[in-house]
Design a protein around this ligand. Structure first.
Ligand code: NAD
Length: 306
């Protein structure tokens, strides 16, 4: 049986549309939700991410405000920007787009965001709420993965889930969220021994590594659900030919443009072996933005007492 594709565009759009009545209620309560996005410098990838977030806000009628300090900003100056946003009553959510320039202390900046306005869910206070399974903003990407699994009817309770990657923004919170769904969770990383063997135990395999096509057939238990969080730009022709061999249209597109966006999972191997899998693009990515909207609306509701 061919693998089922978990369509993140469709699910992401459902999640966003469900927010409309909540946004209308906030407006009626004279508290229109608002998100401030701080984009430091002129990194083109960050600019695209921020533009997509602004677009999502616009479509839902969430006010978004973009602040664009130059790459030369100091940690102290950026802390001042964040503190000002913390104090503003008309701002519900604050997002500082990562990565920040090397000379800026990103940890200090994230710590300065008021936890109740931390719509990325990265503040240690919100990490604590996540670990304790108390209500609070959850990191958008792993929360989006749970939403996708839930809405596609993939059982999590009692299932063996393996996550590759232990970052603070994806791997670790993903483990906690799957644990709260009663999965049996293993976290793998760059020092894990027998990685393919551990991954083959998984009925839910989540790859959050940042290496194009790293997860190949020997990692995948036939019939497993494979979630590909990775977003990688490939310009190497040999690699692209290997990863896109099963997909004539995408391969043709690569040959024309010299670039392709791929995940951490070999897409042909996932399509051949998995029971269900997320494509890249169009899988986890759209859920990340949808969950950012959910966190912004929830922050506004908490602040407005709605
Ligand atoms: P990161 O670099 O912070 O973490 C990568 C993790 O992979 C590390 O914990 C590391 O131990 C592990 N790793 C690296 N090499 C490995 C190896 N050879 N074997 C086993 N584990 C290995 O990355 P991140 O921020 O967690 O992001 C991971 C990927 O997800 C990236 O491609 C990123 O672009 C993507 N991402 C996508 C979204 C989205 O919206 N879809 C959001 C965030 C991140």
């Amino acid at each position: 049986m061919p693998a089922r594709i978990l369509d993140g565009r469709k699910t992401g759009s459902e999640v966003r549309l469900e927010l409309l009545p909540r946004i209308a209620r906030l407006r009626a309560a004279k508290h229109p939700p608002a998100l401030a996005v701080v984009l430091v410098g002129d990194d083109p990838a960050s600019a695209i991410y921020v533009r997509n977030k602004e677009k999502a806000c616009e479509e839902l009628g969430i006010r978004s405000e973009k602040l664009t300090p130059p790459a030369s900003i100091t940690t102290g100056e950026l802390l001042d920007v964040v503190q000002t946003l913390n104090r503003r009553p008309d701002i519900d959510g604050i997002l500082v787009q990562m990565p920040l320039p090397r000379h800026v202390d990103a940890g200090q900046v994230l710590l300065a965001i008021a936890p109740e306005k931390d719509v990325d869910g990265f503040h240690p206070c919100n990490t604590g709420l996540l670990v304790a399974n108390q209500p609070g903003p959850r990191p958008c990407t792993p929360a989006g993965v749970i939403e996708l699994l839930r809405r596609d009817g993939i059982p999590m309770a009692g299932q063996e889930a393996v996550i590759i990657g232990r970052s603070d923004i994806v791997g670790k919170p993903q483990a906690m969220l799957l644990l709260h769904e009663h999965a049996t969770v293993t976290i793998c990383h760059s020092r894990t021994s027998n990685l393919p063997e551990v991954c083959r135990r998984a009925s839910i395999l989540v790859a959050a590594i940042g290496r194009p096509g790293f997860v190949t057939e020997e990692f995948i238990q036939p019939g497993a659900t494979v979630i590909d969080v990775g977003i990688n730009q490939v310009t190497n022709a040999d690699l692209a030919e290997r990863l896109l061999a099963h997909d004539a249209a995408r391969l043709e597109n690569f040959r024309r443009t010299g670039r392709a966006t791929v995940g951490d999972v070999h897409p042909g191997d996932a399509a051949r072996l998995a029971g269900a899998y997320t494509p890249v693009p169009g899988g986890v990515g759209p859920l990340t933005i949808a969950m950012l909207m959910v966190n912004t609306v929830a922050a506004a509701e908490r602040r407005a007492g709605v």
